[in-house]
Design a protein around this ligand. Structure first.
Ligand code: ADP
Ligand code: MG
Length: 894
């Protein structure tokens, strides 16, 4: 059987029952969709729940717990005293189950979040159906569809080319070949030809790097070449981010300390016991290790990162690489395209000037001369008139051109049928590097009309008469300083066309200008100010003229004092070293090409800045890759740019970048809170246990039984810690400097606070134990059970209250419950649960099982007082911090 690449275009069209002019009918397309299914990969089967649970059992702390459970079960059986001996092993098992449930559900929710993010970024493709071109979800493509491809597109399905113009496709995802493959609709191929050489075919998932084409879809979904590979691809795991790696290290250090302390505890108790080993010693040591190992740390960090990515997505910033979630928080320079990101990209012609007449606003009455000029300008456009989803007329193409075409149509020019009189015979396409384009049309009266439109300073029109040139420049600057983007039209009439079409772009005559307004986005100015307050410099990059760019930069507040404007030409004259020296001075880059962007990124980076760079075109890809955070436009960006970027702006707005930065900072601060929280709780437990062991000569026993440690581990540390992931930081986070790349989790005085609180925690627990052990109160004789119960309550409760302390550098008095209701609810529930357990100890059977005893009123009072102490100390610290920072601010203002 003949392969698709061996068939001629006509054969394929006939085989699929379709014509190149009309495409499929909507009806036929939907019935084929039923038959072939959607053009998408089959969903990969999710890992089974049981597999996930088993994976958890490999976790070190779970293994330690399992050993503890087995040991305590063995001991219960050896020293059988009735059913209640089973309580301890049962609780240990319950803790294991809870740990696994927590881990699996959190992992699930992280996965779901990632999957949902993946679904958000779906591209569109252009398809011909019922004779008109429309945009369509690639999933709905069927074999036989006629698709249109242009530079920057993602090929939506495997297809045979019908027509192509200098088409090149990056097929590296399929063939590994990094150089784009040149394609040709007319290539005739026969025999067994490898994928990479099938020049008349394009393949799903590949990127169009140049040219344009029309093609007929031959395969969709799993039948495509990439679909066949996808079958063998295993799930692509998100790599750990540098932050996660660093945190894992912190986790390992704490775990190390925990295990070491457990060993010390064990050895000391062994020595004190005269070398006689008891099962109890082993269990205590093991439980301490389990309780003090921050096993929830990496779990909650993953949760914080995915939650953060989800929140960013809700604000229209789509993260393609988890890593950028954290890089965003450190961003110190944002280089942003002007057109479409800082401005609306809704272009409207505002003014028109034909050489020899006066400039007129767009709503004036146009005389014959102006109409002729407008018609010629329209002839030089490549935008097409199509339909949107609702069947309304829509001009598809570059916004600059849609502005021109819209005006032409409004003035009564029949744009769609201009070609009937002036047949288009050639075109030199627009590129952001050349900043101009040329159309050649055949004149009805004979000869060819060459029309070049583009940037005033790039078009090679005749500049010999200096007086005329001066007049043109004056007029150009008067347009540009009103923030108008100026499109120049020049042209000539020739009898014959040169072999190489680009050669017609010479000896042109200047015809006139249009001035196009592209208003700044309303929210951009505030976002730039917010960035500035946050210590982030905004740099504007544009292909527009310096005067136009400057006017808009001033409107937006990018230029406020004497920051400079530099043009691409001036930039090219600077050496890399010189440029890095003077870069601070420039806030606006005008008339630059995408190739210059990479220099801007690199120069800022050599100054140690963390650079975000936006981009939309194919040529932007290298700069997007080089930037610390490459940001692609979701609406107007090409697929090439999106695939090179680390973040996609779904709404193309500059302000969205700032939102994402704020979220990135929030994430870092949440992680710091988490470290603060877990460290204090876990290390203070270690201190308490070790101290008590050394005091055993004074008649001290264990302040916390293994059972208590485990209960606290889940109810007091684990669950409240989870609620921290949802924490929203206070507004002041955007008034601080960007987070340094390698900023320690303990910076800014956090280490001191952690140490202080850890000791306070240890002291109050030991005090509770001491009081319970030695002080007779309210007629209740001191017992070791009462002492342990008191220590249990104080440890558990203080750690729950601690969550509230770590939330913010602000005093808890200023918190609002509505900021994070989940946190308050889970804290309240856990407080009641722990208190309830101790209360139930009044029932003898329960008390015996939990190894607790009922407390007297006085004892409860002491417990409450001791529980509040660490919070009061922390508040006192916060108060002094506040005073200090206020004083610092005052001196700065002076
Ligand atoms: P930007 O960075 O603002 O998108 P471009 O590189 O796209 O800038 O455009 C730069 C200049 O090229 C514009 O100021 C204008 O003079 C010219 N230009 C832009 N679009 C077109 C077009 N479709 N046809 C002709 N000239 C254009
Ligand atoms: Mg542009």
């Amino acid at each position: 059987m003949k392969q698709n690449y061996e068939k001629t275009a006509a054969e394929l069209l006939a085989e699929h029952g379709v014509t190149q002019e009309r495409g499929l009918t909507a009806q036929e397309a939907s019935s084929r969709l039923e038959l072939y299914g959607p053009n998408a990969f089959e969903k990969e089967k999710k890992t089974k729940l049981i597999v996930k649970i088993l994976a958890q059992l490999k976790d070190v702390s779970v293994i330690i717990l399992l050993i503890a459970a087995v040991l305590s079960l063995t001991m219960a059986i050896i020293e059988w005293e009735g059913l209640h001996s089973l309580i301890e092993p049962l609780v240990v098992f319950a803790v294991i189950v809870m740990n696994v449930i927590l881990a699996v559900t959190q992992e699930r929710s992280a996965e779901n979040a990632l999957e949902a993010l993946g679904n958000l970024s779906s591209p569109v493709c252009r398809v011909l159906r019922d004779g008109s071109v429309g945009e369509c979800d690639p999933k709905r493509l069927v074999p036989g569809d006629i698709i249109l491809l242009k530079t920057g597109d993602l090929v939506p399905a495997d297809a045979r080319l019908l027509r192509s113009e200098s088409l090149a496709v990056d097929e590296s995802s399929l063939t590994g070949e990094s150089v784009p493959a040149e394609k040709d609709a007319d290539a005739q191929l026969e025999g067994d030809i490898p994928l990479g050489d099938r020049a008349n075919m394009v393949f799903s998932g590949c990127l169009v790097t140049a040219g344009n084409a029309v093609a007929i879809v031959t395969e969709t979904g799993m039948q495509t070449q990439i679909g066949k590979i996808a079958r063998f691809l295993t799930e692509t795991k998100q790599k750990k981010t540098p932050l996660q790696v660093r945190l894992d290290k912190v986790g390992k250090i704490i775990s190390g300390i925990a295990v070491m302390s457990a060993i010390v505890l064990f050895v000391v108790s062994l020595i004190q016991n005269g070398g006689v080993l008891t099962m109890d010693m082993i269990i205590v040591a093991i439980t301490l290790a389990v309780a003090a190992v921050p096993e929830t740390l990496s779990l909650i960090v993953t949760l914080i990162l995915t939650q953060g990515a989800k929140k960013m997505a809700a604000k229209n910033a789509l993260i393609r690489q988890m890593q950028s979630v954290e890089t965003l928080g450190s961003t110190s320079v944002i280089c942003s395209d002007k057109t479409g990101t800082l401005t609306m990209n809704k272009m409207t012609v505002k003014r028109l000037w034909v050489y020899g007449a006066e400039p007129v606003p767009e709503d004036a009455d146009f005389d014959g001369q102006k109409m002729r000029f407008l018609e010629q300008l329209a002839l030089a456009c490549t935008a097409t008139v199509g339909r949107d989803d609702d069947g309304n007329e829509k001009i598809i193409g570059d916004p600059t051109e849609t502005a021109i075409v819209t005006l032409a149509k409004a003035k009564g020019i029949d744009y769609e049928h201009l070609g009937d009189r002036y047949e288009k015979v050639g075109e030199v396409p627009f590129s952001s590097s050349r900043k101009m384009m040329t159309a050649v049309v055949r004149r009805p009266e004979g000869g060819y009309l060459v029309l070049t439109k583009g940037a005033f300073d790039r078009i090679p029109f005749d500049r010999s008469d200096k007086n005329v040139l001066y007049e043109l420049e004056q007029m150009h600057d008067s347009f540009a300083s009103d923030a108008l983007r100026v499109i120049t039209l020049a042209g000539k009439v020739v009898d014959t066309l040169p072999e190489n079409l680009e050669e017609v772009e010479s000896g042109l005559t200047f015809y006139g200008f249009v001035g196009i307004i592209d208003p700044p986005r309303p929210e951009a100015k505030a976002a730039i100010a917010r960035a500035k307050a946050a210590g982030i410099r905004t740099i504007m990059i544009t292909g527009d003229h310096a005067a136009t760019a400057g006017a808009i930069a001033r409107e937006l507040g990018i230029i406020t004092a004497n920051e400079g404007i530099i043009t691409g030409q001036e930039l090219q004259k600077l050496s890399d070293e010189k440029f890095a020296e003077v870069i601070e001075f420039y806030s606006v880059y005008a008339r630059v090409s995408p190739e210059d962007k990479i220099r801007i990124v690199k120069a800022w980076q050599t100054r140690g800045e963390v650079v975000a760079m936006t981009g939309d075109g194919v040529n932007d890809a290298p700069a997007l890759k080089a930037a610390d955070v490459g940001v692609a436009m979701g609406k107007n960006g090409t697929e090439v740019a999106k695939s090179a970027a680390k973040m996609i702006l779904m709404d193309d707005k500059f302000s969205t970048i700032i939102e994402a930065v704020a979220e990135g900072r929030n994430i870092f601060s949440n992680i710091r809170k988490l470290v603060y929280f877990l460290l204090v709780c876990n290390i203070s437990e270690i201190i308490v246990m070790l101290f008590a062991q050394f005091m055993s000569g004074e008649g001290w026993g264990l302040p916390l039984t293994p059972l208590m440690l485990l209960i606290i581990n889940v109810l007091g540390d684990g669950i409240p810690g989870m609620a921290l992931a949802k924490e929203e930081s206070d507004k002041r986070i955007m008034n601080r400097k960007p987070i340094a790349r390698n900023e320690s989790f303990f910076g800014g005085g956090l280490m001191e606070v952690i140490i202080r609180q850890t000791f306070v925690f240890a002291i109050v627990t030991l005090a509770a134990y001491y009081v319970g052990l030695h002080v007779e109160m309210g007629g209740v004789a001191p017992t070791i059970e009462a002492a342990q119960t008191m220590a249990f309550l104080v440890t558990g409760w203080t750690s729950i209250l601690h969550v509230l302390t770590v939330r913010s550098r602000k005093s808890i008095v200023f918190y609002h419950v509505k900021d994070n209701p989940r946190l308050y609810i889970s804290c309240a529930v856990m407080l009641v649960l722990l208190g309830g357990l101790a209360g139930l100890a009044a029932i003898p059977a329960v008390g015996e099982a939990l190894e607790m005893s009922a407390l007297s009123g006085w004892q409860w009072l002491i417990v409450v007082a001791l529980t509040l102490a660490p919070t009061i100390v922390a508040e006192y610290g916060k108060f002094w911090d506040y005073i200090r920072s206020r004083n610092a601010e005052r001196t700065r203002v002076r």
